[in-house]
Design a protein around this ligand. Structure first.
Ligand code: UDX
Length: 434
């Protein structure tokens, strides 16, 4: 089939490449001619495992092209996927739908009369119905649940497909687009527009709630002298709870969960449903950053002014160069504001971090970052940070003091090597004084 993908950011670039991989002819459309040129030459402007190879393969085969012309897209496509961003509005936390509205307006003007316009962007419930009322064209919704770092595999082998459709024809078209994925046994849920939009927001809200739940337990553990890591392990053995998304620590960041729960709470409020639960999920999450800053102050004897602090990690999660709403950088910036001399090390996200936070220092290696530090903070759980030898590290720093903001380090090992080890939600290790 001939498909277009409007918007070639994270979601759109991945979707376009994966649709080409499924065997379709794909035209990616983006208003930014630089992005179009880069992608057309097989260059991906962000780090996502497997995606550059997929884009290079299909641009070379001619099955995947890019353009900035809606007229060309309209003439080409039988099905148009809208993958533009829905950023958070600074005033209210609501989703900014200007890019979605502009994409549908342009498609309505240029698409063939029988083309199907499919929204993939995460939108407030009610958007698809409003667009369907506004335009003559047939509209469907097909949310995306991909995780950064696993975008290609999540798109080609998703946990489920969800089609929001208003006619048997729309469902048949989407079934044809995803035929190989469905043939592999992927569960399909078809629903009306509001339910489909809610599946996406409810899924993200549930994941965020799970993380904030375990972080709330971390607060209680600290007050009661318990250990949240052991608690989470024991909870996770219950099949009804499961072990995923129970890692307590610095909380969630990134381009989706924080903004999506705020937009959902805002939209639910508009509909007369208070959803105070999500306000609390957000508040617990933000308190984790305060707590790590507090632990840093405690480790420095009350204030960080003048302290040399090493921050391990800048990306919002390991495996990526993405620093959107990164809890690690939020903490680093706060400590800098309080007068600390902060040096950040991240294996992939340092360039992006440097552009956004030019007042922080950056080191090229873990060893350089550790040298002379008064305090080390572990704020993104890159696997290589677990490999650091605490004994060797102790010889590099000025003072062996560490806060494990992600809960992934072996407290006993670090303590045995002479470090004063602190982690939110975990007791002070045995054998160590306050
Ligand atoms: C998320 C959803 O998982 C995905 O389904 C949706 O489509 C987009 O949003 P992503 O933002 O890529 O994906 O990251 P995810 O792996 O969900 O992690 C989000 C944040 O939560 C990260 O900052 C991570 O460090 C944090 N996290 C995750 C925890 O703090 N504890 C956990 O147990 C799990």
């Amino acid at each position: 089939m001939r498909l277009t993908v409007i918007g070639t950011g994270y979601l759109g670039a991945t979707h376009a490449a994966c649709m080409a991989e499924l065997g379709h002819e794909v035209l990616g459309v983006d208003a930014d001619p630089e992005k179009v040129a880069a992608l057309g030459a097989g260059r991906v402007p962000f780090h996502e495992p497997g995606l550059p190879e997929l884009i290079a393969r299909h641009t070379a085969s001619g099955r995947l092209r890019f353009t900035s012309s809606f007229a060309e897209a309209g003439a080409f496509g039988e099905v148009h996927f809208v993958c533009v961003g829905t950023p958070q509005r600074a005033d209210s936390g609501a989703a900014d739908l200007s890019q979605v509205d502009a994409a549908f307006a342009a498609l309505a003007a240029h698409a063939a009369p029988d083309a199907l316009l499919v929204g993939k962007s995460t939108v407030p419930v009610g958007t698809a119905e409003r667009l369907a009322r506004t335009y003559d064209a047939e509209i469907a919704w097909n949310p995306e649940f991909l995780r950064e770092g696993f975008a290609v595999q999540d798109t080609l082998r998703p946990d489920r497909l969800v089609f929001g459709v208003a006619s048997p024809r729309a469902e048949a078209v989407l079934r044809a687009v995803y035929a190989p994925v469905l043939a592999a046994g992927t569960p399909l849920v078809t629903a009306d527009f509001p339910t489909t939009e809610l599946v996406k927001t409810a899924a993200n809200a549930f994941l965020a709630t799970k993380i904030s739940f375990i972080n709330a337990m971390a607060e209680v553990c600290e007050a009661a002298g318990g250990d949240v890591r052991t608690l989470a392990e024991a909870l996770g053995h219950d099949d009804r709870i499961g072990p995923e998304f129970l890692r307590a620590g610095l909380g969630f960041g990134g381009g989706c969960l924080p903004k999506d729960i705020r937009a959902f709470a805002h939209r639910a409020g508009e509909l007369g449903v208070p959803l105070r639960l999500l306000r609390e999920v957000d508040a617990i999450n933000m308190r984790r950053r305060d707590r790590v800053v507090e632990l840093a102050r405690e480790q420095c004897g009350g204030a960080v002014l003048g302290a040399r602090i090493t921050v391990l990690g800048a990306a919002f999660k390991p495996g990526l160069d993405d620093i959107r709403d990164s809890p690690a950088l939020a903490v680093a910036a706060r400590l800098r504001l309080e007068g600390a001399d902060v040096t950040v090390y991240d294996p992939q996200a340092a360039d992006n971090a440097r552009k956004a936070f030019p007042l922080l220092g950056y080191a090229g290696t873990v060893e350089d970052a550790l040298r002379g530090a008064d305090l080390v903070l572990h704020l993104t759980e890159w696997p290589q940070f677990r490999e650091i030898d605490p004994e060797r590290a102790a010889t590099l720093v000025a003072r062996p003091r560490i806060v494990d903001g992600r809960g992934g380090l072996d407290a006993d090992r670090w303590t045995a090597a002479g470090w004063r080890f602190r982690a939110p939600g975990r007791p002070v290790p045995a054998g160590e004084g306050q």
